[in-house]
Design a protein around this ligand. Structure first.
Ligand SMILES: Cc1cc2nc3c(=O)[nH]c(=O)nc-3n(C[C@H](O)[C@H](O)[C@H](O)COP(=O)(O)OP(=O)(O)OC[C@H]3O[C@@H](n4cnc5c(N)ncnc54)[C@H](O)[C@@H]3O)c2cc1C
Length: 478
């Protein structure tokens, strides 16, 4: 570690100490089943959202917490696995997990690591460095976290606790917690999608963009990429750079979408107060945003367009696909195309029952379609499947009373977006959205303990000053 980083870490410790008020502990230990200590909050997922949530909780003196991630240390989230862009797409000035502590920002870390000039000259943050920064953040803040731990089931337990079954290399463990936060990423409430006309193809011929892909094997091959968002272009670029003979990118819209709606909504008012709007406004905005899908940056496009063997087909949804002796035949309104391999950059869909950790409540999680009927010109069955969350990001019941325990499961992921706007799965929204989540968690923990707080207050007898008892002029006590 260089001197500047050592100095920065000292600054972080000093900043945290100076802003620690109020630092009194306020939660009492609880025992879970079999007499094991229960956590106050279990955070599932140790990507940037899980880390920032843990940090926010620790700053609120909720320290009996644990973050679990199924991946190996350093490989949380997409950054070193399926993200295939060279740099982040968000501007370098967007702050995130630091929660407004200047010494914890990416900029501070970058300047300490590479110098201020390097930061000034930096265009966008290389994704490998973002991953490295997150690891540094986790260490310097002291997030209690374990890797190689997959939460495979959540169940209700006695006394308002939840049980999480955790698969580890050593076997199954049981963790009890008062609250569980699912910071499980974009696919956390469902999975990445392969469009229906392609879904019958074997995975040797067709994958989605979040799967591992051996791009070297695509050298000299005809590659089809479905979708025209940033991830689709990233995968097309990887294939081109790996020496694919031709890459054909199929965009279902008549015209490719080049607007980035998330840029428009990046202002405090929207980020902070979107969730206070009524259902009609929330639906109208987020349907418009999520139906547009995210636009891609110039560099992402240029990385493909500079190759003469890159071909884009707009207005070309896949109508049918069949396996042939030579590969795959794709039928579109623009004609029939052959490919050796197909990569789908077509986003995620909600599918609660497909997630092991949700299997005991999937059928009773309220979704937007249960709670709000949009006007005919604003309908979207895909977005209607997003969870309809309470104001503290908690799951709500479709039928009240069947699974009341899900009110202690809080979702901070792309699935939170219909209810909260940009929130989980976004660097951009973190500084506004994580404090809101932490506020919801602490509010609920505080309310649940109100009898204990009242008893504690009534028993409080610590004098703040020592005063002499008054005596009357006659020398008697009054
Ligand atoms: C390719 C790509 C590029 C992106 N680029 C940008 C960008 O440039 N700028 C931006 O603002 N946003 C970007 N995003 C959006 C967003 O910032 C990322 O998706 C980011 O990773 C979200 O962080 P997260 O912590 O919510 O989820 P993740 O980083 O996905 O972390 C979720 C974690 O949960 C773990 N997990 C899941 N289920 C379980 C379980 N049952 N038990 C234990 N662990 C579990 C996973 O292993 C994973 O590590 C990008 C997204 C993608 C997919």
């Amino acid at each position: 570690m260089n001197d500047a980083l050592i100095a920065l870490e000292a600054r972080v410790r000093a900043d945290l100490a100076r802003t620690a008020h109020p630092d009194a502990a306020w939660l009492a230990p609880r025992l879970g089943q079999d007499g094991r200590p229960a956590l106050d909050v279990l955070v599932v997922g140790g990507g940037q959202s899980g880390l920032a949530t843990a940090f926010g909780l620790m700053r609120s003196q909720v320290t009996n917490i644990l973050v679990l991630d199924k991946s190996e240390e350093g490989y949380e989230g997409p950054w070193l696995t399926y993200a295939r862009m060279h740099t982040l797409r968000s501007p370098k000035a967007f702050t995130g997990p630091d929660l407004d502590i200047p010494s914890l920002t990416y900029q501070s870390w970058h300047e300490a690591r590479f110098g201020e000039d390097d930061w000034r000259n930096l265009d966008l943050i290389p994704r490998g460095l973002w991953a490295e920064y997150l690891l540094w953040f986790r260490r310097v803040v002291g997030v209690p976290m374990r890797n190689g731990c997959e939460v495979v089931e959540i169940l209700p337990e006695a006394d308002g606790l939840l049980t999480a079954k955790v698969q580890t290399a050593a076997g199954m463990e049981i963790v009890s917690a008062r609250k569980i936060v699912l910071a499980t990423g974009q696919e956390g409430m469902g999975d990445w999608t392969i469009p229906e006309p392609l879904s019958h193809l074997p995975s040797s011929l067709c994958v989605h963009a979040a799967q591992p892909i051996d791009f070297d094997r695509l050298r000299g091959k005809q590659v089809a990429v479905i979708g025209a968002g940033a991830a689709a272009f990233d995968n097309a670029a990887e294939a081109l750079e790996a020496g694919a003979a031709e890459v054909h990118l199929f965009c279902r819209r008549a015209e490719i979408q080049v607007i980035q709606p998330y840029r428009w909504l990046t202002f405090r008012g929207f980020l902070r107060h979107f969730c206070d709007l009524d259902d009609a406004w929330r639906w109208r905005f987020m349907r418009a945003v999520l139906e547009m899908r995210e636009g891609f940056p110039q560099a992402t496009y240029d990385r493909c367009a500079r190759h003469a063997n890159f071909h884009r087909h707009d207005g070309a949804p896949i109508e049918a696909a069949k396996e042939t002796d030579h590969g795959i035949e794709l039928r579109t309104p623009r004609g029939v195309f052959s490919a050796d391999f197909v990569i789908c950059g077509t986003g995620v869909d909600m599918n609660f029952s497909g997630r092991a950790e949700l299997r005991n409540c999937a059928a009773n999680i309220a979704i937007w379609a249960d709670r709000y009927q949009p006007p005919a010109d604003e309908r979207s069955p895909r977005l209607g499947r997003f969870p309809y969350l309470a104001d503290d990001y908690a799951l709500m019941e479709r039928i009240a009373g069947e699974t009341p325990w899900i009110a202690d499961i809080h979702v901070f992921a792309i699935a939170s977006t219909m209810s909260f706007g940009a929130s989980g799965s976004s660097i951009n929204a973190m500084t506004t959205a994580v404090p809101k989540l932490v506020h919801g968690l602490t509010r609920s923990l505080f309310r649940a303990d109100i009898e204990r707080h009242w008893a504690s207050f009534k028993a409080y007898d610590v004098p703040q000053a020592i005063v002499e008892r008054q005596t009357s002029a006659a020398g008697e006590e009054p």
